[in-house]
Design a protein around this ligand. Structure first.
Ligand SMILES: Cc1cc2nc3c(=O)[nH]c(=O)nc-3n(C[C@H](O)[C@H](O)[C@H](O)COP(=O)(O)OP(=O)(O)OC[C@H]3O[C@@H](n4cnc5c(N)ncnc54)[C@H](O)[C@@H]3O)c2cc1C
Ligand code: SF4
Ligand code: SF4
Length: 426
């Protein structure tokens, strides 16, 4: 059969499931049903449904799952450069968090602790404020309480992992950076703190597989957490998926409202007349707090910075990294990390670091507003329609609203589905 026709048929089937308001958990059957018949060119489907309409959040899951290296990764998205190599495995479509929600059985697969509650920021068993103690020896390097770095270093010290998939800090522009496969505590510390731009941490998964660095911990924003989970547990199981399943031992998720574009960093550099390399840190606590080398501190209102919010972040419904083992955020706190323990793996590592005296904690009551704010922000993102039902980037451009935060402002629950917009060629 004509390959393109096969792909178009899958796309039509997918669109018809989306438009007929079928259960979103069934959408994946549009391509899974093809798998037993020898597959189809899923790379083309992914490009037409997700990347070309500008809906790709850049999680890199399609890139790192592809067993034959069809994709490069450029400008925060995949580029299909070796399409002829495609072996019709369908994995790239199966792992994409924009095409469909994660599978219903994911909580069981990731070992969610029982009992648990979901108050709006994802299922969890317990939560508290935490920060690194002097014994953790991270030297105040954390963005908030330094919990992410402390947990990863502790796992390395215990011999539980050989490497960690993190985001690196660029020397000449410390608010930008690429993926880093850290293999020593020192390397973990060079990655500490938050860059509020997009960093494709999970590209380092492919490097880890290639170099045989395993087991691993992964730290990432929610879109990356979902991409990793899809790679571990999506229903199409091939060796490459099994590798992630066996070797990713802990997934730490960072709360995330949105990230910002590189143009935002350029703007701060111009606004404060400092070279980018001197912008030491940015923290967001209801406003943007900028630390400049030499001790200078500046404030920018979030409203003033909205034009630099990353448009792709509209297509993301997860604030609190609901599918992580441990969710972490700064949520109005200074020097402490809001810590949400969700799974067996997260519980084990967190308790082990506590018992080793590397972390200290406070109950959530110590910052009563943080939990309420977390619930509010997480619900606000959750209530958006699924990305398949949202307008394309090009439509938003035509409407003149690229701000992910504003687009569905005012909606208390998901608005009615937008008309499907991606053209299905026939
Ligand atoms: C883009 C972005 C948006 C965020 N938005 C919010 C928010 O809206 N509300 C909130 O409460 N918290 C948010 N956070 C989380 C917060 O900034 C802290 O990361 C979190 O509190 C953990 O702090 P820590 O001191 O324990 O981590 P640390 O010990 O400092 O470790 C931070 C880890 O984050 C990784 N990292 C840094 N930058 C990035 C990046 N761009 N992408 C992926 N990984 C990265 C580093 O590799 C490091 O491992 C955001 C983080 C990022 C990166
Ligand atoms: S959202 Fe992730 S998996 Fe989907 S196309 Fe973009 S990079 Fe690939
Ligand atoms: S909001 Fe955060 S988690 Fe969601 S797509 Fe943007 S960077 Fe990723």
């Amino acid at each position: 059969m004509d390959l393109d026709k096969l792909t178009v048929n899958v796309q039509k089937r997918y669109r018809s499931l989306v438009e007929s308001e079928a259960d979103p958990n069934e959408w994946a059957y549009a391509w899974r049903s093809e798998y037993n018949r020898g597959g189809f060119k899923a790379v083309d489907f992914l490009m037409r449904e997700v990347v070309t309409p500008g809906k790709c959040v850049g999680c890199a899951a399609c890139v790192t799952i592809c067993p034959v290296d069809v994709f490069d990764y450029e400008d925060e998205k995949p580029r299909s450069v070796r399409e002829d190599a495609c072996v019709f495995c369908e994995l790239c479509a199966d792992v994409c968090p924009v095409l469909r929600p994660t599978d219903r059985d994911l909580p069981t697969q990731i070992g969610l602790l029982e009992p648990n509650v979901d108050e709006g920021f994802g299922p969890y068993q317990y939560a508290m404020l935490a920060r690194a103690t002097p014994k953790a020896a991270i030297g105040g390097r954390g963005q908030d309480g330094g919990v992410a770095s402390t947990l990863v270093i502790h796992m390395m010290d215990q011999g539980e992992i050989q490497g960690a998939v993190l985001g690196a800090e660029e020397q000449d522009n410390p608010q930008m950076g690429g993926a880093k496969l850290a293999q020593t505590p020192e390397e973990v510390l060079t990655c500490a703190r938050s860059r509020y731009t997009y960093q494709p941490n999970t590209l380092a998964l492919a490097q880890a597989m290639k170099e045989g660095v395993a087991p691993l911990a992964v730290v990432g924003v929610p879109c990356q957490v979902d991409g990793v989970r899809q790679q571990q547990f999506s229903s199409i199981r091939l060796d490459v998926a099994e590798w992630y399943r066996e070797n990713v031992k802990l997934v730490i998720g960072l709360f995330c409202s949105e990230s910002f574009t590189e143009a935002g960093i350029d703007n701060l550099s111009q606004r404060f007349e400092v070279p980018k390399k001197d912008i030491e840190n940015i923290n967001i606590k209801g406003r943007i707090e900028v630390k400049i080398r030499g001790g200078r501190e500046e404030i920018v209102s979030l409203k003033d910075f909205r034009e630099f919010a990353r448009p792709a972040c509209l297509y993301c419904l997860d604030y609190s990294a609901d599918n992580s083992d441990i969710g972490l955020g700064g949520i109005g706190l200074h020097g402490w990390t809001f810590t949400v323990v969700r799974t067996e793996a997260g519980h084990r590592v967190f308790q082990s670091a506590l018992a080793a005296g590397l972390l200290e904690t406070q109950p959530l009551d110590a910052a009563p507003k943080s939990k309420d704010l977390l619930i509010k922000l997480a619900k606000y993102k959750r209530n958006r329609p699924l990305p398949a039902l949202m307008p394309t980037l090009q439509q938003r451009q035509a409407e003149g609203n690229l701000d992910p935060k504003d687009y569905y402002k005012g909606y208390k629950k998901a608005p009615k589905a937008e008309q499907a917009t991606t053209e299905v060629q026939s």
